[in-house]
Design a binder for this molecule. Structure first.
Ligand code: SF4
Ligand code: SF4
Length: 420
């Protein structure tokens, strides 16, 4: 694609990056076929190709309008278009530039400003979020049903750590922000499963949110500060021999994988950020190479796996979890349109609720067609979003390997507690 970005913009690293990405796009439109928002809305401006055109026009000097911002806001950042694109267009990097450009020039309506500020003030802060969740759960009877359904928590069974095997390897286990409150079962199961594989987990209190929320809400400097704080927290352990940073939420894993790129221009952190990014592992990347016993408990269950966009399109670990679970003897159903987003997409469910609900209804329809006993996934956002609209238990796939935990854990919903 030909571009005519002004010379002033082309002098900046960001302008050069945008120009290079735009020039790779040949306008073939293959990406529109796999774009969830284009499939729902049928508007070219809600497709990757249309959004690329909007961003190009803005950067070339066309005025940025609220309409432009709306089409960019509706994008899920799912990267299905990147997987499909034959020209290797880095759409999500271009989108981040376009959104920042628009945010600097368009004043958002007050309700949007307040909602975004509230999200930034609460969600990335582990303690604040935990306190608010506890309060909301106590007051659930005052809340509308739509909010009440967001309050379920995936509790840990409290099973003891497996004894007897001395850990020869050590990893940092990232705790994240919301997962610790919404699904303590995930971290506990990961510790036990890795311990069985001879890997000890270290957790660090100084660590904070990965920065994804601020990054996607155009608060770039805050996101970079969060990245720097995490690097400072993890660095001594990496220097002391921790072989990897294990991140159980694929959205956070993708963000940390990007630290090297995001901090490349910071002389104090560029090298450390590059090393941190290289050390990030989704649990599947560690467990594939470990000796673990085949499934015994729970292998009779029929399982539907939902691959988060950040796992399949972002981290490019498509099919790895399914193949691993099948090889261990678990029974997985085939799910149609598995490449499509469930509508969670970070804060999308809150900022674009109508589209998000339609995507979730479609996803749950596909996931439950063969009447599975449970749904497993690899990201807390998808897990929580799907769980809010189904009676089936939804949890991280690593709990399947921690079978006693799956049988004994509790799923609390709207004040009820159910043993699964
Ligand atoms: S982003 Fe890729 S698939 Fe989409 S129009 Fe451009 S070149 Fe074609
Ligand atoms: S990131 Fe997802 S929603 Fe956004 S344009 Fe690409 S495919 Fe469509």
């Amino acid at each position: 694609m030909q571009t005519r970005l002004p010379a002033s913009l082309l002098h900046s690293a960001e302008g050069q990056r945008a120009d290079a990405i735009l020039r790779r796009c040949v306008h073939c439109g293959f990406c529109t076929a796999t774009c969830p928002t284009y499939r729902l809305l049928g508007d070219e401006l809600d497709s990757p190709r249309g959004r690329i055109y909007l961003i190009k026009s803005m950067l070339e000097g066309e005025p940025a309008t609220r309409r432009t911002q709306l089409h960019l806001d509706r994008c899920l950042h799912c990267a299905a278009c990147e997987t499909t694109c034959p020209s290797g267009v880095e759409y999500t990097r271009l989108l981040a530039i376009g959104r920042r450009w628009a945010a600097e020039r368009i004043r958002r309506p007050l309700p949007q400003v307040l909602t975004r500020a509230l999200l930034r003030a609460v969600v990335p802060h582990r303690r604040r979020f935990a306190r608010l969740l506890r309060l909301a759960r106590r007051m659930r009877f005052l809340l509308p049903p739509s909010l009440r359904r967001q309050l379920h928590v995936r509790m840990d069974s409290g099973a003891p750590m497996p004894a007897g095997r001395k850990a020869k390897r050590k990893v940092i286990l990232m705790q994240g922000c919301v997962q610790k409150s919404l699904s303590p079962a995930t971290e506990a199961a990961t510790r036990r499963v890795l311990a069985r594989a001879g890997i000890a987990c270290v957790t660090l209190g100084a660590e904070n949110c990965c920065g994804a929320l601020n990054h996607h809400l155009d608060a770039e400097q805050r996101a970079l500060d969060e990245a720097r704080r995490n690097i400072d927290a993890w660095w001594p352990q990496l220097e002391a021999g921790a072989e990897a940073i294990v991140v159980t939420a694929s959205a956070c894993g993708l963000m940390v994988k990007d630290y090297g790129e995001l901090l490349a221009g910071d002389p104090a952190y560029a090298e450390k950020a590059r090393r941190v990014s290289a050390a990030v592992r989704d649990p599947i990347e560690l467990l594939e190479d470990c000796e673990l016993p085949p499934a015994t408990d729970g292998a009779e269950r029929l399982i539907a796996f939902h691959p988060p966009c950040t796992l399949q399109h972002g981290l490019r670990l498509d099919r790895r979890v399914e193949d691993f679970l099948r090889a261990r003897g678990f029974r997985l159903v085939d799910v149609r349109d598995r490449h499509l987003c469930c509508g969670s997409a970070g804060t999308y469910a809150i900022l674009q609720p109508a589209l998000s609900r339609r995507l979730r209804a479609d996803k749950l329809d596909k996931l439950t067609r063969e009447q599975p006993d449970c749904i497993v996934t690899a990201n807390i956002g998808c897990q929580h979003h799907l769980q809010a609209a189904t009676e089936l238990p939804v949890f991280h796939w690593i709990e399947l390997l921690d079978a006693p935990d799956v049988r004994g854990s509790w799923l609390e919903r709207e004040g009820r507690s159910e043993t699964r």
